[in-house]
Each structure stands twice: as C-alpha cells, then as structure tokens.
Design a protein around this ligand. Structure first.
Ligand SMILES: Cc1cc2nc3c(=O)[nH]c(=O)nc-3n(C[C@H](O)[C@H](O)[C@H](O)COP(=O)(O)OP(=O)(O)OC[C@H]3O[C@@H](n4cnc5c(N)ncnc54)[C@H](O)[C@@H]3O)c2cc1C
Length: 352
C-alpha cells in the first residue's frame, strides 16, 4: 500500500510512502482494526510520539458500508466512503505503518509483550495492544443461504443494492438496520418485502416511513425457512408463525439485516467477554490483561456509533500511553472533586 505521508510524529511536510509494520520491531502500540476506533487510536498514539503499527483487514471498517452519515459532528450528509477516506488520509499524514488485508488469527501475551499472528503466518509484537476489530454481519443459518451467497443473498445494501434495480427483493430483520435497508432498497428495487419473525424493534420514525412507502410490504411473525432457486435465487420458503402454514414468496434478492457479531473470537481464550461475545472494558478501555485495550463496536459499550468508536479509540490510545509511561490514574480524583464541591457550597452559604 502506498500513500503519501509525513513523519510519524510531526504534521505533514514532505510526502513519504506509508510502510507496512515490521515484524522485527517491538512496537510501543499495535492497533488491530482500521475502522474509526482503530484509526483514531493510531492517530492519537502517533501524536503522543509512540511507535505505532496498524494492522487491519479493511481500511475504513463498517463506515464504508454506509451510504450517507448524518450524525458525525461537523460533517453532515457525508458519504460513508468519503468519511472513511478522510479518516484514513488524516492518519496517513503521520506516516503510521499500516498493513491492510491483514487478518489476525491468533493472539498470545507473554512477559509484557503482546504478539498477534496473521493468517499469512507473520507475527507482530507490541508492548501494548488495542483491539478495534468491530463487528461482522450475522447470518440466518438456513438452507440455501450459503449456496446463494452472491447469487441473490447479500449482507450489504450499500454494496449490492444497485444490482437489484427494478427487481423484487426481501429484507430479513426487524431492527433499525433492517428498516433502513428496506427504505434504501425501495429507491432502487421494484418491490421490497420485509420479513421478520416477531415485531419491529426499529425507531418509530423509521417504522412510519416503512409503512408509508407504497413499494414496501411487511410480513411480521413470519420465519424464513429456506432460500430457493436454481442458478440464482428465485424466492423464499416462509412459515407464518400464527397459523403454522408455509408458502413460497417470489423474489431474486435477500438482504440479511439481523444484527452483528463482535470480531473477538481470536482473543476469547485470553480476554473476558460478555454473553454477546463483546470484550469487557473499563471506562479507560482496559481489558482484563494489563497493556491490552479494546475500543469501538467490539466492546461491551452499548452505543455502536462512529463518533463513539472514534472517541473510544482516542481514550484507549491515551490510556496505552499512560500505561507505557506508568502513569497511574488519579485515584483521589473523585475525593478531591467532592471536597471541592463541599468547599464551594460552604463558601456560598457563608456569603449569603
Ligand atoms: C449499514 C450501516 C450503517 C451505519 N450507519 C451509521 C451512521 O449513520 N452513523 C453512525 O454513527 N454509525 C453508523 N453505523 C455504525 C458504525 O459504522 C460503527 O459503529 C463503527 O464503524 C464502528 O467502528 P469500529 O472501528 O469499532 O469497527 P468497524 O468499523 O467494524 O471496523 C473494524 C475494523 O477491524 C478490522 N478487522 C476485523 N476483524 C479483523 C481481524 N481478525 N484482523 C484484522 N482486522 C480485523 C476490519 O477490517 C475493520 O478495519 C452503521 C453501520 C452499518 C453496518
């Protein structure tokens, strides 16, 4: 990968080429993940003067799967691909070594050194590690789903919707992502049928838009049993959960939007995860292993948003910097704040 960049700690001057991280180097910080959490962690750590290496399967993360983003402060109505590119270009200016198409498949802590292994067999080492691997789509796990993957079945509306212009398509799911997918698809497809096994959980404003759209049909309490087709998908076999009856619905596309799975599996033998597989972090993004931090959608923090992931990346980087320089959090901070408030209160009472 070649991008123009300046030195790692100073802002841009002369363009240089972005190198890949060096397996022979012990980095101060290794960051895994190239979404908003990982990119911002690398930016903050680099600006602190740490020797940082960044490894990621895909530059930009989920942000590149989003048509338009309207809730990132200061950048309204920005295309997902453009926002991801701006994030990455900002980091490039610091020359942080970055390896793309790098899939981590193993992690080993030993003696204060954190080692990750790629699917290629290469290993990289850091004195600290930030895991910012985000989430991946959840599959339905039904017959035909895998066979018609790329032949009608899709997990990315942004990527694949244009292939279904004037076609009849389905959306599986009942949350915000599913309803947003149906609304986006209705702009392109001939018809959209949303199928969900229980009631909708999406925000009321989205549900109103869904029911107001004449191109969209909604089947609730309906379970998808099988994806049907020959060379290409041609329909779904579904079960009405009220009556128990089964029937076939015709359509050539199925967009699966039933939630996401945290990318934590390669860390689970060492790190504490919650029941959803999310990495449990403190308010300083610390995991149960000293020197290992996690940030963004892969953590147990509930609000999965770009601005949240980016800010958690910053916190993790600053906490990693404190860890390296052995700065202790100020444990007396809460007590001092309470004393300060008491003083202020006493002063105000005296002055009455
Ligand atoms: C369709 C859609 C629309 C959305 N719309 C919005 C919106 O409008 N506003 C908003 O704020 N948020 C939105 N979100 C959510 C937002 O995109 C996420 O909250 C955010 O991207 C999370 O950032 P992250 O860095 O934690 O993880 P991700 O963006 O998921 O990035 C994870 C990174 O880790 C890498 N990775 C994963 N596994 C490995 C591995 N084993 N080895 C190496 N690298 C790995 C990935 O390649 C990627 O680079 C949307 C999400 C989707 C899917």
């Amino acid at each position: 990968m070649h991008h123009d960049a300046a030195s790692q700690t100073d802002a841009p001057a002369e363009p240089v080429t972005i190198p890949a991280p060096d397996p022979a180097v012990l980095y101060d910080l290794l960051v895994v993940g190239g979404g908003p959490a990982g990119l911002n962690a690398a930016l903050y750590a680099s600006r602190k003067g740490l020797k940082v290496g960044l490894l990621a399967r895909h530059r930009g993360g989920q942000v590149t799967d989003t048509y338009y983003i309207d809730n990132y402060l200061g950048l309204d109505n920005v295309a997902g691909a453009e926002l991801a590119e701006r994030f990455a270009a900002h980091l490039d200016r610091y020359g942080v070594p970055f390896l793309e198409d790098a899939k981590i498949v193993g992690y080993e802590p030993s003696d204060g050194v954190h080692q990750v292994t790629l699917s290629s067999g290469e290993t990289f080492r850091g004195r600290t590690l930030i895991i910012a691997t985000g989430t991946n789509y959840r599959a339905l796990g039904i017959p035909g789903e895998r066979a018609f993957g790329g032949l009608g079945v899709s997990y990315c509306v942004t990527c694949d919707a244009p292939l279904f212009r004037n076609k009849d398509v389905f959306v599986a799911g009942g949350g915000n992502a599913a309803v947003e997918a149906a609304l986006d698809l209705a702009k392109i497809a001939r018809s959209v049928t949303l199928v969900h096994r229980s009631q909708l959980r999406a925000d009321a404003i989205l549900v109103d838009l869904l029911y107001a759209n004449p191109k969209i049909t909604v089947h609730l309490r309906t379970r998808i049993l099988e994806v049907l087709g020959d060379d290409f998908m041609s329909g779904l076999r579904v079960e009405d959960l009220e009556s128990g009856g089964q029937r076939t619905l015709q359509g050539v596309g199925l967009f699966v939007e039933i939630g996401r799975i945290p990318n934590s599996r390669y860390f689970r033998s060492h790190l504490d995860l919650n029941e959803y597989g999310e990495i449990i972090v403190s308010d300083r993004m610390e995991t149960n292993i000293p020197g290992v931090f996690a940030a963004g959608d892969v953590t147990n923090f509930p609000y999965k948003q770009i601005v949240v992931a980016a800010s958690q990346g910053a916190i993790a980087a600053l906490a990693a910097n404190d860890y390296i320089y052995q700065k202790k959090p100020d444990e007396n901070r809460n007590r001092k704040a309470a004393e300060y408030r008491l003083d202020a209160l006493l002063n105000s009472v005296e002055s009455v």
